[in-house]
Write a protein that binds this ligand. Structure first.
Ligand code: PLP
Length: 367
């Protein structure tokens, strides 16, 4: 709640507003924190300070660089930290557009290797790696790996470690505490949580690494607008409330799904019977809002989605309003045709379960 709140100053706003400026007064030799709007902005600073506090768990020593989107943040790490001849290890099941960066990396002469998140599969392909990219929990499969174990092995092999922490947010999991060099996030999702902002960030405890990421942002210009940064800053005050309610609703949804025989392969890392639970419960404080499950076939899944009233059909996840999609429609993930990625919102749990139940009943009845 207190992260990023400025010290009280008489007659100044308690919550500072967005600063819209493409350039700042600057006479003589360049000096001071704000000179040109692609390099820095006071609204980014309050957001970056707040995110650094959350990523560090309050101990300090973390620097954060905000970006125009999660992909801008991910590509800042993946494209700025490796050179021709390096090896990058990616999860074979991570967000498919991040995986898609392998083509660009290969074009630049970087070798890419893939291994699954589950079972710490990436351990087996670390030899000679320069960068290990982890996504835990993975999207959309919701597998989890032991981040500390992988980070130690990667460092022993001489590799840097980046964790895509989008699903958990820093209030759910702190990758830097678990040994990662970079914590990366699409803040478009649960961190901002209202479905109105695209944003991303990269945090690091290493000032040199943080500076190289900041320099990358300045060069490529993948900067957030002040309004987006401010909306994100404002959203942080309710992050813990949203995450707690979403996690409770997710467990209620899991309970409703496992009681039925038309939904199989129910996944949520906070559910005690989930295969990911033993590791997730050790390294996560909150388990996120995404639930995965599989309906018998594509037609069944589409009937279910069409029958939802309260829950909207949309991609993305993490918002205060529940949404769901048939993930196979994008073609990028190894999922069954009836696989549903369900993003649980903050609705009244009875309303949410009633809506899902009536849509499942209708889908089964019409088959
Ligand atoms: C795990 C993960 N990382 C990164 C991204 C990319 O984020 P953005 O859409 O903000 O560019 C996404 C988007 O879905 C994601 O799910």
């Amino acid at each position: 709640m207190g992260a990023g709140v400025p010290a009280a100053q008489s007659n100044r706003p308690v919550v500072p507003g967005p600063v819209f400026a493409s350039y700042f007064h600057l006479a003589g030799e360049p000096a001071g924190p704000y000179q040109y709007g692609r390099d820095s902005n006071p609204t980014w600073t309050i957001l970056e300070d707040a995110l650094s506090a959350l990523e560090s768990g309050g101990d300090g020593g973390v620097e954060t660089v905000v970006f125009a989107s999660g992909m801008a943040a991910a590509s800042a790490v993946l494209l700025s930290q490796v050179r021709s001849g390096d090896v990058v290890v990616l999860p074979s099941d991570c967000y498919y557009n991040v995986r898609g960066l392998h083509e660009r990396l290969r074009g630049y002469g970087v070798e890419t290797r893939f291994a699954p998140t589950a079972g710490d599969g990436q351990l087996d392909v670390l030899d000679g790696a320069r960068l290990l990219w982890i996504e835990s929990p993975s999207n959309p499969g919701l597998d989890v790996c032991d981040i500390r174990r992988l980070a130690e092995a990667a460092h022993a092999a001489g590799a840097l470690v980046a964790v895509d922490n989008t699903l958990a947010t820093p209030l759910g999991q702190r990758p830097l505490e678990l040994g990662a060099d970079f914590s990366v996030s699409s803040d478009t999702k649960a961190l901002t949580g209202h479905g109105d902002v695209l944003l991303g960030h990269v945090s690091s405890r290493d000032p040199g690494l943080a500076e190289s990421i900041r320099a990358w942002r300045k060069t490529v210009g993948a900067i957030p607008g002040p309004m987006e940064a401010w909306l994100a800053y404002r959203s942080l005050a309710t992050l813990h409330l949203r995450l707690d309610r979403q996690a409770a609703n997710a467990l209620a949804l899991v309970a409703a799904l496992v009681a039925r025989d038309d939904a199989s392969g129910v996944r949520h890392p906070g559910w005690a019977d989930d295969p990911a639970y033993p590791v997730a419960s050790r390294q996560m404080r909150r388990h996120g809002c995404v639930v995965g499950f599989t309906l018998p076939d594509q037609g069944h899944a589409e009937r279910f989605l069409d029958g939802l009233r309260l829950v909207k059909q949309a991609t993305s996840f993490g918002g205060v309003r529940s949404s769901a999609e048939r993930r196979g429609r994008w073609g990028g993930d190894a999922v069954a045709p009836g696989f549903i990625r369900f993003s649980v919102g903050v609705e009244d749990p009875e309303d949410l379960i009633a809506d899902v139940t009536q849509a499942l009943e209708r889908a089964a009845h019409d088959s």
